[in-house]
Write a protein that binds this ligand. Structure first.
Ligand code: PMV
Length: 347
């Protein structure tokens, strides 16, 4: 079809990894498989305006973030376009205006690359679908994830919900290094509507970009063992999802978070991304579990903020505890309550 101009809007969520992606090969191929909960309310909304033009040899796009021109995003988007051009040969036939906004406070230290890159990938797929209206649904979803991966690895896990795996792994149906796949194995009702409260410990700029972080796994003394462990932990989680064993869930998820940080602490150069308040929170979570027998646990990304995961049926007690005892460790008392979500949607 011929498409002269138009616009399309997608809203795409963030995700939180349970088994962490840390280390990559050429072309954004993960060194190990990962799995994440798709989030619900932490999301990016992106509108892509497109207008047909004479084909030229450079990309043309304007960038707006929360209503204002945002030139600082340009290098990242330029690089993204360069990477995906071979899969989207029509990109240089259009001039674009890309408007985005986030549901979470910016500079909250919440990474927006997963929600942002997946939202943009979906918008571009919608344009491709206008050019090729017979495109099957499954192709759309898969290619959106494939493109999102080329923007930011973890973004490929944000297209669908509620659990998404990325990276080839024997036990996971359809898994691929090239895109995320919806986890279709049995999931116990304990994990339905799992909650994630994100504590903003430190809103400062990330000390290590994830690009640098992944690179540090090249030649890392523990790399091979770590990549193997990720496979083992995926197997463990698969069993946990089947049985609903929350104690085993906690053991695997918390170990994954600490291992991610251990990798950063033992690379060369080394990075210490936890803050004193990160540790205060973790210790309080241990105490709380000891005291109550409940199943609140933590996980971390490559930063100081803490994600607190807990089953919906323990929501009241967990949230009470968080609000009375943990907010003192947050910058300006800032936190976000979120839960597992169903993936991106077109608006
Ligand atoms: O998607 P990237 O390249 O920003 O890497 C994200 C890595 C972690 O958030 C630390 C772990 C993960 O699997 O999401």
């Amino acid at each position: 079809a011929v498409v002269e101009e138009g616009k399309v809007t997608w809203q795409s969520p963030s995700n939180i990894a349970l088994v962490k992606y840390w280390g990559k090969k050429e072309n954004q191929i993960p060194a190990n498989p990962s799995i994440s909960f798709t989030l619900d309310s932490c999301q990016t909304t992106t509108t892509l305006h497109f207008q047909k033009r004479e084909k030229s040899d450079s990309f043309e796009f304007e960038l707006f973030f929360e209503g204002e021109r945002k030139e600082s995003f340009r290098p990242k988007i330029q690089k993204f376009f360069e990477r995906i051009e071979e899969y989207m040969p029509f990109l240089k036939d259009y001039s674009f205006k890309i408007e985005t906004s986030n549901s979470f406070p910016h500079s909250s230290g919440i990474a927006s690359s997963a929600s942002g890159m997946s939202a943009l990938a979906l918008c571009l797929m919608s344009l491709e679908k206008k050019l090729d209206p017979t495109m099957p649904e499954e192709y759309f979803t898969r290619k959106a994830s494939f493109l999102a991966r080329l923007g930011s690895g973890s973004a490929c896990r944000s297209i669908e919900g509620e659990l998404v795996a990325w990276g080839e792994h024997n036990g996971i149906l359809g898994s691929s290094d090239l895109y995320g796949v919806k986890y279709t194995h049995q999931v116990h009702e304990n994990f339905k509507n799992y909650q994630d409260t994100i504590l903003m410990v430190d809103k400062g700029e990330k000390q290590v970009s994830s690009t640098l972080g992944h690179d540090l796994m090249n030649g890392h003394p523990f790399a091979e063992k770590r990549f193997q462990q990720a496979h083992e932990n995926l197997d463990l989680l698969k069993e946990v999802f089947e049985t609903g064993d929350l104690s085993a869930f906690i053991k695997t998820v918390e170990s994954e978070a600490l291992t991610l940080h251990a990798m950063m602490m033992t690379s060369q150069p080394y990075f210490l991304l936890m803050k004193p308040n990160t540790l205060e929170i973790i210790n309080k979570v241990f105490d709380f579990r000891e005291r109550t027998g409940l199943h609140l646990c933590f996980t971390l990304d490559a930063g100081a903020n803490v994600h607190l995961l807990y089953p919906e049926k323990e929501k009241k007690e967990s949230l009470d505890f968080i609000q009375t005892e943990l907010l003192q460790y947050c910058q300006n008392g800032q936190y976000i309550t979120d839960k597992v979500g169903k993936g991106a949607k077109q608006l």
